[in-house]
Design a protein around this ligand. Structure first.
Ligand code: FES
Length: 126
């Protein structure tokens, strides 16, 4: 059996939304101390909607595929939906990850949560 699903391979080889948003409203950076991989998410937010999202991932295939899928899942969506996104949902959307690679999808969830936290802290009272 193949280690990675077709969807994982597709998002790894053709990652969506790679890059930087220069005037991002929110940035979240997280890392995994064990493997040393780093993920950075940039969000552009207008009227409570994520109008654009980009990521940079210095990491393994699963981390790249997870960030790519996660960005697709929150693009155009309200902040509440991005907040509720779990690594489990990302993994399911990728048709699964090998058990020892689940932590890679956690990075995607955490990077989005961190970006949202940054946004809320910097836009209090808006
Ligand atoms: Fe580090 Fe995948 S091995 S994120």
């Amino acid at each position: 059996m193949a280690l990675y699903s077709e969807k994982v391979m597709d998002h790894f080889l053709n990652p969506r939304n790679v890059g930087v948003i220069e005037d991002a409203d929110a940035i979240g950076e997280v890392g995994n101390a064990k493997c040393g991989d780093i993920m950075k998410m940039y969000l552009k937010i207008e009227n409570g909607i994520i109008v654009d999202v980009k990521f940079e991932t210095f990491g393994c295939a699963s981390a790249i595929a997870s960030s790519s899928m996660a960005t697709e899942m929150i693009k155009g969506k309200p902040l509440s939906e991005a907040e509720a996104l779990t690594n489990k949902a990302v993994t399911e959307a990728l048709d699964g990850l090998p058990a020892h690679k689940i932590h890679c999808s956690v990075l995607a969830e955490e990077a989005i949560k961190k970006a949202l936290e940054y946004y809320y802290n910097n836009n209090k009272g808006e």
